[in-house]
Design a protein around this ligand. Structure first.
Ligand SMILES: Cc1ncc(COP(=O)(O)O)c(C=O)c1O
Length: 392
């Protein structure tokens, strides 16, 4: 089966979306049947034509409070406030562009998620990249940071780390916080995948005066298309960047209604989501092991995805992903998130129906058995990653 192609050779995003047989395992988005309460909130909001109005700049008050409670836990009295943004990425853009004039550099990992570095680089802020793929924890180490840190650095911590699935311990975070505090540096703690982790420490608990946490509804609640997320920080720190908001007209009202409904039913929703995700992660590990193609990089992953190192299989990440997409299975090559190591690994998202995992598994096993040689002519330059689908 061949995916329809644009003249460039790559299928358009719309072409993929129009098909009902695509297995979306490349964006770390959740594709389980949504909670009925979330759908009802969307329907009610639409029926009331709430889309006719603008939301408050910082978002609905109840939503802000529930996000804070969700992040810090019901027992904590850590003073935090939330600002609703157009997805976590809207918050990251806002933090990065607002802080950029006062920054000496941004410190990021490779592999990582490229956007914050690009946002600050718009103002000429130097980007310091720390390689982590071959580090024992597959995360930035305090010792690595100590070698490059300068006063007024911005340290971008993705936790759990997209794309490898590793997560910081409290002690690791403490060591990084100590460096940040000593140098007057700021931390962005990107908590987009926090809900999938077995345990998770908030850097803001250790360094409230210098940490911005970013929060997403795209992954745990499956609201990627609604564009709703948040920046969370100690109230005066948050106020220091929100006087001139990126979107003073407020994030999508419908997105906020859906997010609120999701937080109200978060207990049972998360219990099921985590169980499905864990079982799927295990099944993908089994498929990879049985196929003999590649090895899982971090096990168990703390995210809703895992990375597979392709070793000496002969496959490059791009060629393998192109080849799977020909069968409607969309997974991500490492090249999107890792200039240094990207051809060595692929990333597979797992908060999806178990049937999708089996469809993925069948194609993966086939590619493993037949090897890259059988696909060289078709795969190179005929399909390509769906251009507009790669940004997640
Ligand atoms: C590390 C990381 N941060 C932020 C985002 C964006 O999240 P949102 O959809 O809430 O804008 C993503 C999306 O893939 C991500 O992987």
């Amino acid at each position: 089966m061949t995916v329809p192609s644009k003249s460039s050779g790559a299928p358009s995003f719309e072409a993929l979306l129009d098909r009902d047989d695509i297995v979306w395992m490349g964006q770390n988005t959740t594709h389980l049947a949504p909670a009925p309460e979330v759908v009802e909130a969307l329907e009610q909001s639409t029926a009331k034509h709430e889309f006719n109005v603008y939301a408050p700049a910082g978002g609905f008050q109840e939503l802000r409070e529930r996000i804070v409670d969700d992040l810090r836990g019901p027992e904590s009295d850590l003073p935090l406030d939330a600002w609703i943004t157009d997805g976590a990425v809207g918050g990251l853009h806002h933090i990065c562009t607002t802080l950029a004039p006062s920054l000496s550099q941004i410190i990021v990992s490779d592999p990582g998620w490229p956007w914050p570095a690009r946002f600050v680089s718009l103002s000429g802020v130097p980007i310091r990249v720390l390689p982590v793929y071959d580090e024992p924890t597959r995360l930035m180490q305090a010792a690595q940071i100590a070698e490059v840190i300068r006063p007024q650095s911005l340290i971008y911590l993705i936790d759990p780390l997209n794309p490898l699935g590793a997560s910081y311990t409290r002690d690791e975070l403490q060591a990084i916080v100590d460096l940040a505090r000593k140098t007057g540096s700021t931390i962005i703690h990107d908590c987009t995948y926090r809900h999938f982790a077995d345990q998770h420490t908030l850097a803001a608990e250790l360094y409230p005066e210098g940490t911005f946490s970013t929060y997403s509804f795209s992954k745990w609640l499956g609201l990627a298309g609604l564009r709703v997320g948040a920046i969370v920080a100690e109230p005066s720190l948050l106020a220091s960047i929100t006087a001139i908001p990126a979107n003073p007209l407020g994030a999508s009202i419908q997105g906020q209604r859906a997010a609120l409904a999701g937080l109200r039913v978060k207990g049972p929703w998360l219990e099921n989501l985590r169980a499905v995700n864990r079982a799927n992660l295990e099944r993908v590990e089994q498929i990879v092991e049985q196929s003999g193609l590649g090895t899982v990089v971090v096990s168990p992953s703390q995210g809703n995805f895992l990375a597979v190192d392709l070793g000496d299989s002969g496959w490059t990440a791009d060629a393998l992903c192109d080849s799977l997409l020909e069968e409607g299975v969309f997974i991500r090559p490492g090249t999107y998130q890792s200039p240094l190591y990207g051809e060595r690994f692929v990333k597979i998202s797992t908060s999806v129906p178990p049937e999708w995992i089996e469809r993925f598994g069948a194609v993966w096993a086939d590619r493993a058995a037949r090897g890259p040689g059988a696909f060289a002519v078709e795969a190179i330059g005929t399909v390509g990653a769906p251009a507009e689908a790669v940004e997640a």
